[in-house]
Structure formats: structure tokens, C-alpha cells
Design a protein around this ligand. Sequence first.
Ligand code: UDP
Length: 475
Amino acid sequence: MAEQKLHFVLVPFVAQGHIIPTLDLARLLADRGVLVTLATTPVNLSRNQAFVSRVKKSGLPSVSLLYRGIGETLYRDGADAEALLLHLRRTSPPPCCIIADFCNPWLRHVARELGVPRFDFYSIPCFYLLCEHNLMHHKVYEGVGGDDVPVVVPDLPVRIEVTMAQAPGIFPPPGWKWMRDEVSEAGSSSHGTLVNTFASLEPGYISFYEKVKGKKVWAVGPASLCNKLATDAANRGDKPVINEEKCLTWLDSMELGSVLYISFGTLVRYPLAQLVELGLGLEASGRPIIWVIKARELQSAVEEWLAEGFEERTRDRILIIRGWAPQVTILSHPSIGGFLTHCGWNSSLEGITAGVPMLTWPGFADQFLNERFLVDVLRVGVPCGMKRPFWDETVIRGDVKVKREDIKKVVERLMDDGIEAHELRNRATELKKMARSAIDVGGSSEESLTQLINEVSLLAKKQTISATEIQQEKD
Ligand code: UDP
């Protein structure tokens, strides 16, 4: 009898920063001959049109998309779990496992009902996961006088300081405690953890994390490197508002390594006063820049300010992208010499993969600790000086947190010809090589994916054998 194909079900959380790496993971698995069902909501699928059309045109024959009958929330128990279960019970071949974004803890019930193993998927480094574990395990913040007081993360090989305000994954904002508890419960009952990272980036942190959790970690990244064709890399996520050709022509016209690329990801946003201060700092730096201002930041006041002279004065060297940018394409262009990032892990890892040093300006969630990782551990980052999350009331009120003089200074530190900039660049180039060889044939992430597929195959066989035994006993 011919062996049945392995069938993995992938369920991303409903935010682009979670969906994009899950789509990349789906492609990595599909390239290995695994059947993949990707379950998400209609709105979220519609934001990833290039991927959807590729699946529909059979560019990815082993991926199927499931969205009918699934609601728009998809992050709490209830109707979504029922709809998904109903569908998965009818699919053939039946699913062998569920890969659940860690923000979808409700999937543990679906996996249990189906009798298949569940793996948590994190696009967050093990460095962060270990810091979070150690801070909680040692109850470090108990008795600390205020959420701006820095404490040292225990049991790490380097000295890392973080404040309570900077660690909302550990201390979620009011109303989200249920999520932390659910995630932690789901984490303890999962079969193992997939992480969008690679072994040589953080070998110690991966193995420490495995040890403290007592679970295997499969480091399978950088997932973005699955986009081997230029057109796939340029059309990742939302539809870019700038034509790829136009963007590349602009970059081609700049000197090698001279351009700073700026993006704050998909969720973080800043008020007009801070955007103006950033703009004036960038103008004073005199460097060529691509500045992504996302649609939700572009209120009329911002447009007015840009039109009042800024855009005119800087037209020859600052390209403003209003909306979604083809980030991976831009970062891999040889004219890019630096990346001012909000330290979302996907962006950070894309910066590492492209071999560009970074200016770090974290906003919330894992981003402050990711900043520490880039700056203190990997030594490819220079901090801009942001200390409070973007939802802090002083930030919302419009107080300027990073001043134009400081922005100008850090841009110079990163982009000039000094020893520090050279060291950052050398280190970034080294990490780029390591990232690429991890995903190549025989590389650590490629091997890790093979091990995962073998493990699921073994578990599926065991399950089939015991189901047959039960049936024979009944007969
Ligand atoms: N991204 C993009 N173009 C944009 C903004 C974001 O391609 O204009 C992609 C980016 O490459 C990354 C993801 O969206 O893959 C953002 O994820 P990240 O974890 O960096 O940030 P978050 O979504 O948490 O803000």
C-alpha cells in the first residue's frame, strides 16, 4: 500500500507579523513535499494576495487554503475551533499535526480532539523566550519600586537589563492576563516548539531554553529565505504601494551601502510630534534614506507637515513610501547600509539575513528585549534611546522621546566610516553568511526541518498502528 502523504495544518495569529512568517513556513514545508492546510480568516488572506494567487494558480500545489466558515477573530475558543475541527475531520489524508502560532492557544483543544500532536510556532528569538522564562521563574519584579526601574535578567551569560514597562509579554496590559495564562498552559502541553531563528545565531540560548522548558526546539529560520524568486520577495504580505522597478531604480542611483532604510513594522505608530522630530533628525543627517510611513500614521497633519517643505527640501535623497513597502527586496539591495527598525523579530531577522547593521527603536512586546539581543549579544545594533512602549500615555500625548540631535548622532554612528561602524558592518556580514548557510541544503535549519518531518511521520505511524490494534481488538 502506498504511504499516505504527511498533512500539516498551520494556523497563524491574525496579524501580518504572525501571518507572514507562517506563510513562509508553509512554503518551506510544501517544498519538502508535505501537504499543508493553512487556516486563517478571509480578511487576513486577502492581505496576502500574492501568496493566495500563487496557491490558486497551483504554483504551490501542496498548499490548500481554509477560510470559509472561520470568523474574523480567530483567537479565542468557540466557533472557530468548532468550524476548524469540522473541516479537519473530513479532510483526506487526515492531518498529522497542528502547527499553532503561540498566540492561538485555543488550538490545543482542536489538536486533542483530533488526536494529533501540536507544535507551537514562534517568530521570536529563543533569547527573548529564555529571558521571559527566567524573569518569571525567579519572580524578579516582585518588590521592584516602579515599572521604570531596570532589573537584571537572571541566569544569562551576559548582563541584560529590562524594566517592567518594557516587558509586556511578561506583564501584559490590563485585560490580557487571560492570554498570558492560556499561552503558558498551551506551551506546557505542546509536543515541541518551532522557532524562526537559526542554530548559529543563538546556540546557547536555544539549548538553555530547551533545557528549562524540557521540550525540543526546532530552529527552522530565517523563514523569509524561502522566497528565492525576486518577485516572491517583493510581494510578501500586503501589496506594496511602490512599484518594485521604481524602488530598485532609486536604490541603483545611490552609492553602495549609503542608504538608511526606516520602517516601524505593522503595528507600532507614533504621533505627529515624534514623526516630525524623526524627519528633522534624518534631514540633518544628510544621508540618503528610504522612510516607510504606514497608512495608519498618515493622518492629514502628517501629510500637511510633509507638504510644508520637508519633502521638497529632501526630494533628491529621501524616498518616502506611504504604506506597504517591499521590505525584503529593499533590505537586500547593495545600496542599503543600515536599517532603523522597531525590532519586531521578523524585521530584525530580515536585517540580519540581509547583512545590514541596525538602529534600534523598539515599540512594545518582545521588541525591547530583541533590541538588547541585537545590541548587547549580536553586536549589530545601536540604540536610538526609546525607553517606553508606544502605547505609553506620554508617547500618545505627543511628547517627543527621541530628539532630532540624537537621531542625527545615531545615524552618523551607524553610517559613517568610524571604527564602530566598521565593526558593526563586519559583524552583520558574518551573520548574513551564517543565516544563508543555515537554510542551504545540509544547513542547520534545513536539517531541523527534516528532523521535524521525520518526527511527525513517526508519530503518525505510531498512531495508525495503535488505531489498527484497537480496531482488531474490537473485531
Ligand atoms: N513588512 C513589509 N513591508 C512593510 C511593513 C512590514 O514587508 O511596509 C513586513 C516585514 O518584512 C516583516 C513583517 O511585515 O516580515 C513585520 O513583522 P515584524 O515582526 O517585524 O513587526 P510587527 O508586525 O510586529 O510590527
